[in-house]
Ligand binder design. Structure first.
Ligand SMILES: [Zn+2]
Length: 817
């Protein structure tokens, strides 16, 4: 989805989004400024802040900061280590900037200047006007959610989300009070101030930052605003009751589960799936995905030197596993005066004899050695030399002994260094495309070690319970299930054996200036940012298109990576796939599209329609109750919903790809819910790689979730029940009547107000707002409303044919006083 809507944000905006990477190798030195005389002129003499800006200065080390302080420079409270020193920010006039440059300081660009100041003042005025307008009237409170639930050791929690009509004003404070059960007084259960939740500069709603622990299940809550608004609502129960139950509804059938006993690498996982396919040939087939990955392999490298100017590094032409690791290089001090710089190659040994002056001292600079190596045809066949991170390389290099290049990969030899063949296990009695397909996929992000276990456990349960468990048999008989346990095998091998925090794949798109050995943990493409809908290339937020070392680097273009192309190939090749689950970790989330927005105005991808949103919430209740059955874990209502509402914008993610391009319901799990400690009253995060005892529990409970998704999918596949609707008047005033529709199940309602036949082109009942209920429709004179409804499976109320000629739609007259 390349569009014209590219972001026109200045580049420094992207730079601020990039994660700071602390991967400095050695201690690169820069010449420090020397003379110290005061440079700060009297700023008041330059008039009305003329041209004064917040400027970026890079100094070599802390002494540079001290010198700036001695010079009286107005420094901001900001110090950041960067590649070639320390970045500080100073408020400087153009004259001051020039004076510092004259003293040898590296004064760079402006972070903000007077045009930013003017814009800020305009924004400030607008905000004050809006706040004043908002506070002239009592605010209206819309309660989005009010629920209690239990989690883990039967601890009770309360979750409330409320939208204030004065919420754009940051001084609006909401307070929630609740009772301690039916018939008790409001406030007897507790009182808490709510947090104002904003995202991308926009007010979303008020909420608790974490669910509030309570001692009794509240029946009602009252929310009051300091702007005068008030609302009292019933508190509903969220999810079913927790049960301690390994894997299944208790006591119904013999059911086997628990098939993972350690964190598994992609080689093991793929072997397990190959074994399952061989063991269950009647129920499965193994699909080799068409695009092999680049492979768990790297070019071999060696670095010579430590200070930036006198450092160079070499990179083998061949991958380490294909000969690169056999190459050696030495920088030899000839030990004689007036020696020339020479390069010679013998087999895979590159020998550089450094130049010397009349007294025998080495004179070859890093740049000269790089040029000599790259200029030698035999050496250039084996490797390429570069100066350090784009440095001019004017420093004289030091001699170095014979050094072997290495790809630095530490996995055992049993992990192949070849391009990886990704495999999907297809499970189903009828694998001919006639059944509704469900695509379960795991480990797009390498470091999320629990996620492949969720896919493995799900596959094992389906196959090993098929013979004895009628519920499992229904799923396998009526669905076509595709399980891809590892979307990112190269990254996952690297995460397990080399750098456990690896998120992306292993493919290096960095230019030579960013490709030295010290960057080896910072390359790769974020697979879940490489898809084609709502991508960073389309102007959406939450990925980087320019920073190859960013942890959310989206790749050189949409769909550049074989891992992403394989996912799309699967859903294109099997168009019967209607639902998908993308399992990540951690935090305990259940989410659906939209998953991305543009920064300007927080423009979100189109929201799903009212019927689909209702279907998602109904499904959530079922799926999350099944997750909860395993050990009581509740996924919070505040972590359930569209990605953009509950997490952040993730430009170019796969769930959006499936939904917006193909209409496939694209769900996301984040396994690993925060764990509450009753003793401290605090929640703690579990992280990407908890001790296996915890990782195992997460795999078990979210395998429950996957099985529940398959049950939801089967209900969708076999649903023949038509929805029923009724029209309800919600408000009547002189001259205006408001009405809405209620439905027997999640369904979309199409209606007309002009007496015409309702069709799919008619008005569609919408949601009142984000996380709100259905809208109401106001008419100002007596009106005949004609309508029909259609559920997610496509069943139309009363068997009405919207595209036909019949009149068997619903009709009702709405009167206006
Ligand atoms: Zn992830």
């Amino acid at each position: 989805m390349r569009s014209t809507g590219r972001s026109h944000r200045p580049r420094r905006f992207l730079a601020l989004l990039a994660l700071p990477l602390a991967l400095a190798v050695g201690a690169p030195g820069l010449a420090s400024p020397t003379t110290d005389t005061a440079v700060a002129p009297d700023r008041s003499s330059t008039g009305e802040q003329n041209g004064v800006g917040l400027m970026r200065i890079v100094v070599a080390d802390k002494s540079g900061i001290d010198r700036l302080n001695q010079l009286g420079v107005d420094l901001a409270e900001y110090v950041k280590p960067v590649d070639n020193g320390i970045e500080v920010h100073a408020i400087l006039s153009p004259e001051e900037s020039q004076a510092l440059r004259d003293k040898g300081f590296d004064v760079q660009d402006a972070i903000s200047d007077q045009s930013d100041y003017a814009r800020n003042m305009a924004e400030r005025s607008a905000a004050i006007r809006a706040a004043t307008a908002a506070t002239t009237a009592t605010d209206t409170l819309t309660v989005l959610r009010a629920e209690w639930f239990t989690s883990l050791d039967n601890q009770l929690f309360l979750n409330i989300e409320v939208k204030s009509s004065a919420g754009t004003d940051s001084t609006t404070v909401l307070t929630a009070s609740w009772d301690s059960g039916p018939g008790t007084a409001i406030g007897s259960g507790g009182t808490a101030t709510m947090s104002r939740f904003t995202d991308a500069g926009q007010y979303m709603y008020h909420r608790f930052s974490n669910p509030v622990p309570v001692t009794a299940a509240p029946a009602r809550a009252t929310i009051t605003s300091n702007k005068g608004g008030s609302a009292t609502v019933d508190v509903a129960k969220w999810l079913g009751s927790p049960r301690k139950d390994p894997g299944k509804h208790p006591g119904k059938h013999p059911y086997v589960s628990d098939f993972v006993d350690h964190y598994m690498d992609p080689t093991e996982v793929t072997a397990r799936f190959t074994g399952l396919a061989a063991e269950f040939p009647k129920l499965t087939e193994l699909i080799d995905l068409p695009y092999k990955t680049n492979g768990y392999r790297r070019n071999a490298q060696a670095q010579f030197g430590t200070a930036a100017a006198s450092t160079l590094y070499v990179t083998s032409t061949a991958y380490g596993s294909e000969g690169g690791n056999d190459i050696t290089m030495a920088l030899i001090d000839p030990g004689t005066a007036n020696a020339p710089l020479t390069v010679s190659v013998s087999g895979t040994a590159v020998t550089v004899r450094l130049a010397t002056n009349g007294s025998g001292a080495i004179t070859s600079t890093a740049a000269q050695v790089v040029a000599a190596v790259n200029g030698n045809a035999d050496a250039a066949e084996l490797l390429t030399a570069n100066t350090y991170r784009g440095n001019a390389g004017a420093g004289v290099v030091a001699a170095a002994p014979v050094t072997q290049l290495t790809d630095n990969l530490k996995a055992p030899a049993s992990v192949s260094r070849e391009p990886f063949q990704m495999k999907v296990l297809r499970i189903g009695k009828h694998r001919d495309g006639s059944k509704v397909g469900v695509f379960l996929y795991c480990q797009e992000h390498a470091r999320e070690w629990v996620t492949p276990l969720v896919c493995v456990e799900s596959a094992e349960r389906l196959l090993r319970n098929y013979a004895k468990d009628p519920d499992t048999r229904k799923i396998v008989d009526d669905l076509d299930i595709f399980i891809l346990p590892v979307v990112n095998p190269d990254g996952a091998h690297y995460s397990m054996y080399d750098y456990n925090m690896q998120r992306r794949n292993l493919t290096n798109y960095c230019p030579a200036s960013n490709a030295d050995p010290g960057r080896r943990n910072a390359w790769g493409v974020d697979i879940n940012r490489n898809f084609s809908v709502g991508s960073v290339f389309d102007g959406y937020v939450g990925a980087s298109a320019t920073n190859c070392v960013s942890d959310t680097f989206a790749g050189p273009s949409e769909m550049s990576e074989p891992e992403a192309r394989n996912e799309v190939w699967l859903v294109d090749t099997f168009p019967n796939i209607k639902l998908s689950m993308n399992t990540h970790s951690y935090g305990g989330y259940f989410m659906w599209p939209p998953g991305a927005y543009k920064a300007e105005g927080r423009e979100v991808l189109p929201r799903v329609d009212q019927g689909t949103e209702a279907y998602f919430w109904t499904s959530s209740d079922y799926i999350l109750s099944r997750v909860q059955e395993y050990r009581g874990t509740a996924i919070w209502p505040g972590r359930t919903g569209p990605v953009t509402d509950v997490l952040y914008s993730a430009a170019g993610n796969s769930a959006d790809e499936h939904w917006y391009n193909r209409g496939i319901i694209g769900w996301d799990f984040e396994v690993g819910a925060d764990i509450y400690n009753p003793a401290t009253g605090r929640f703690s995060a579990v992280g990407f790689q908890p001790p296996f005892a915890e990782g195992h529990e997460e795999a078990m409970e979210f395998a429950n979730g996957n099985i529940a998704i398959l049950e939801v999918a089967r209900a969708y596949a076999t649903d023949k029940i038509q929805p029923r609707t009724s029209l309800e008047v919600v408000k009547q005033e002189p001259g205006a009547t408001a009405f809405t529709f209620s439905t027997s199940e999640p369904a979309n309602v199409y209606y007309t107000l002009d007496g015409s036949r309702p069709t799919y082109g008619s008005a569609k009942l919408a949601l009142a707002g984000m996380r709100e209920g259905v809208q109401s429709i106001t008419v100002n004179r007596d009106t005949t409303v004609n309508w029909f409804s259609i559920d997610i499976a496509g069943n139309v109320e009363g068997n009405y044919k919207p595209d036909g000629q019949g009149s068997n739609y619903n009709k009702q007259r709405v009167a206006v006083q």
